[in-house]
Design a protein around this ligand. Structure first.
Ligand code: SF4
Ligand code: SF4
Length: 366
């Protein structure tokens, strides 16, 4: 694959080209002391010189030693809220003079280009595709949004202390699933093209071929990001042994710390559980059926024919971990964890998924 080079001051040109092709451009910004994805007006809004300091139960932004735009690793959100909205109307029913009318609701959809997604985000997207787009009951709004997506990935040049994508096989560099992929260097970006759509944009940028020296810097950055990862999730075969650990005392130990707040499932880029509610207007003339994110940590999530079947927090944490790490393998052919570390950083009581999986599967003593 030929690699090209885009000088730092021409990043705006990439944004302009995407906009000229009809895409709304979404990228990372600093908001409320976190990195979030939002519509970008121009490249100056990117988080230049900012990286995160994350650890179990901790996420703080700090100044990096350089002025790069993509020095951070992850924020609390990936692509998930854009394709699988936290709240979405599915259908409406209205009383009219002709009787009760039902209408399917469909959100307004426009082409979006995302800049700054990481290898773990792309792996999570592939998993969400399996659930929402490729399964027996596809979600038409997800499919429509997905088809219009343009992805500019960025390879990680460092790893946060909560990252473990090397052990899940999902990072720190993206190998597929992007239209363009950048390696950020001090003076610009190496660009790999991953699709015909990406080639069309690259052609408009008038790129020069990347020198061997620049490619060598990108390789060293990749190696450094790999070496910085200390956390290691057990391999998938080992994770399947969780299904034999249903009565392990460790679930009770975790439940004494876990608040069942559901933060871990909200920030997880692969969690897809939802619930539905009926919302009526005040006159009783119309009603809408709304899908909302749900969490296996909520009591009502396990309500079945008049009974909550997972009353205990230990049962809910066990459900999350067993599904995410073991039963996803039966359902989707791989574990549901892509090693992004978000659930570790955003757990208010610092419960560490890797530490718990290792304790349960390998008998590690935290
Ligand atoms: S389980 Fe945790 S580390 Fe794994 S993908 Fe979800 S948020 Fe990321
Ligand atoms: S593991 Fe942490 S983030 Fe998840 S529900 Fe328990 S307390 Fe909340």
């Amino acid at each position: 694959m030929t690699q090209h080079f885009l000088p730092k001051q021409q990043l705006q040109l990439l944004i302009d080209c995407l906009r000229a092709e009809g895409y709304g451009v979404i990228g990372p910004k600093v908001k409320d002391d976190a990195i979030v994805f939002e519509e970008l007006a121009d490249a100056t809004e990117l988080p230049y010189g900012i990286e995160e300091d994350s650890a179990p139960g901790r996420y703080q932004l700090k100044k990096a030693r350089h002025k790069r735009a993509f020095a951070f690793n992850t924020g609390p959100q990936g692509l998930k809220p854009f394709l699988f909205a936290p709240e979405q109307e599915l259908w409406r029913a209205e009383h009219t003079d002709d009787g009760l009318i039902f209408r399917q609701s469909f959100p307004a959809i426009r082409p979006l280009a995302f800049i700054g997604l990481r290898a773990c985000d792309l792996a999570a997207l592939a998993l969400q595709d399996k659930h929402f787009a490729e399964g027996p009951y596809p979600d038409p709004s997800y499919q429509a949004k997905r088809q219009q997506l343009f992805i500019v990935a960025v390879n990680c040049s460092r790893s946060a202390s909560t990252c473990f994508c090397v052990s899940t096989g999902d990072g720190p560099s993206a190998e597929s699933g992007f239209d363009l992929c950048l390696d950020e260097l001090d003076r610009g970006y190496l660009i790999n093209v991953g699709s015909d759509k990406g080639q069309r944009i690259a052609d408009k940028l008038g790129l020069e071929a990347a020198s061997g020296a620049k490619r060598a810097v990108a390789t060293r950055q990749h190696q450094r990001a790999v070496q910085q990862q200390e956390r290691q999730m057990p391999d998938e075969k080992t994770l399947m042994t969780l299904v034999d650990k249903l009565d392990d005392q460790r679930w009770q130990d975790i439940a004494e710390r876990c608040l069942a707040c559901g933060n871990c499932t909200s920030v997880c880029p692969t969690c897809f559980c939802s619930k539905q509610e009926s919302h009526s207007d005040i006159k009783g003339q119309a009603s809408s059926q709304v899908r909302l994110w749900d969490s296996c940590f909520s009591e009502q999530h396990s309500y079945i024919v008049g009974k909550v079947i997972r009353n205990e927090i230990s049962q809910r944490y066990r459900q999350w971990v067993l599904h995410k790490l073991a039963n996803w393998q039966l359902q989707y052919g791989r574990s549901g964890c892509v090693g992004c570390g978000r659930c570790i950083a955003w757990c208010p009581v610092a419960i560490d998924l890797v530490e718990e999986a290792r304790a349960l599967c390998l008998g590690d003593k935290p």
